[in-house]
Design a protein around this ligand. Structure first.
Ligand SMILES: NC(=O)c1ccc[n+]([C@@H]2O[C@H](COP(=O)([O-])OP(=O)(O)OC[C@H]3O[C@@H](n4cnc5c(N)ncnc54)[C@H](OP(=O)(O)O)[C@@H]3O)[C@@H](O)[C@H]2O)c1
Length: 283
């Protein structure tokens, strides 16, 4: 079994590369600037030469704020790039693994979102990710599509890294206590993806740690783990005057994937505590 990982330098891509190297699994990893998934000629050539059994797409335009003013860039990677990979997978009979987000939902449900809920993204990032999803679902049958949320791992594209960076030069920090989702580790995302592949699952699944948290609760736990004693101040989403609309309540239910694999997924708190046993950010 051979894998190709796109977005191999990102948080999730690095996690897969680490696991594959550790377990001696054949894989190739690609990322910008060498390989751009929106270039269909390059992608077709690469896949024709490489002949993988599975493509794992961790490449994504994730800058939620920038997507508001530059939708074209978000579209290029999150829709065009995804459709290029999906077309190649169909042509060469390759299984496609792709990732999306809780930001496809508007947050009005006030209960855990299931795979049957109808998406209604509030911002351009969510819109582009949804378009990417739809291309996969409408054109492939041999795919795994996982929606993740508040992803963290060895990388900078996560809220914890940003807070740790900010608190270095501040006496206190304010974090919203009325914005809810589920912190989810790249470790879990990679482990469950590999398990789902081993079990020949296909389709759309929500892949998150168990529970739900406000951003405030998440960072409070982080400060406890890392013994940070600076004041953490409760704020409201609206206090930050962000030009980007975000769902206020978008925790996903992991029941479908848990049942399909007959597993219990650890709580976000347990996962977070374990994460810092093995890893720390260099800020
Ligand atoms: N981070 C989160 O909080 C979060 C939440 C929910 C869902 N997700 C989803 O989880 C998946 C993995 O996210 P992540 O946090 O690991 O992302 P990440 O750390 O930002 O990594 C994404 C990687 O893709 C690369 N990339 C961007 N555009 C590309 C293109 N056109 N061609 C090739 N590579 C490209 C990026 O390169 P550059 O850095 O050079 O741009 C980066 O190395 C994504 O599908 C994301 O939407 C993430």
């Amino acid at each position: 079994m051979k894998f190709v990982v796109f977005g191999s330098k990102g948080q999730l891509g690095r996690e897969f590369c680490r696991v594959f190297e550790k377990d001696n699994i054949k894989f190739e990893g690609y990322d910008l600037p060498e390989i751009d998934i929106s270039d269909n000629i390059i992608i077709d050539k690469l896949i024709s030469n490489s002949k993988p059994d599975v493509i794992i797409n961790c490449a994504s335009f994730n800058d939620v704020a920038l997507a508001e003013t530059d939708y074209n860039s978000a579209y290029k990677t999150n829709v065009l790039g995804v459709s290029n990979l999906a077309v190649c997978c169909k042509l060469h009979n390759i299984k496609f693994v792709h990732y999306s987000t809780d930001y496809v939902f508007d947050g009005n449900k006030k209960e855990l979102y299931t795979e049957d809920d109808v998406p209604n993204p509030l911002n351009n990032y969510g819109k582009s990710k949804l378009e990417g999803e739809q291309f996969v679902v409408n054109n492939l049958s041999n795919f795994l599509l996982f929606r993740l949320s508040w992803l963290y791992g060895d990388g900078k594209q996560n809220f914890m890294y940003k807070i740790l960076n900010l608190i270095k030069n501040r006496d206190s920090i304010s974090v919203s206590d009325d914005e809810f989702s589920i912190p989810t580790s790249t470790r879990l995302a990679a482990e469950i993806t590999i398990l789902a592949l081993k079990n020949n699952l296909t389709g759309l699944f929500h892949l998150v740690n168990t529970g739900a948290a406000s951003r405030y609760e998440w960072i409070k736990e982080l400060f406890e783990i890392k013994n940070i004693n600076k004041p953490l101040i409760k704020a409201k989403m609206n206090d930050f005057n962000s030009p980007v609309k975000r769902p206020q309540f978008s925790p996903l239910s992991n029941e479908k994937i848990s049942k399909a694999l007959n597993i219990t997924i650890p709580s976000w708190k347990e996962e977070l505590n374990k994460f810092f046993v093995n890893f720390d950010y260099i800020i």
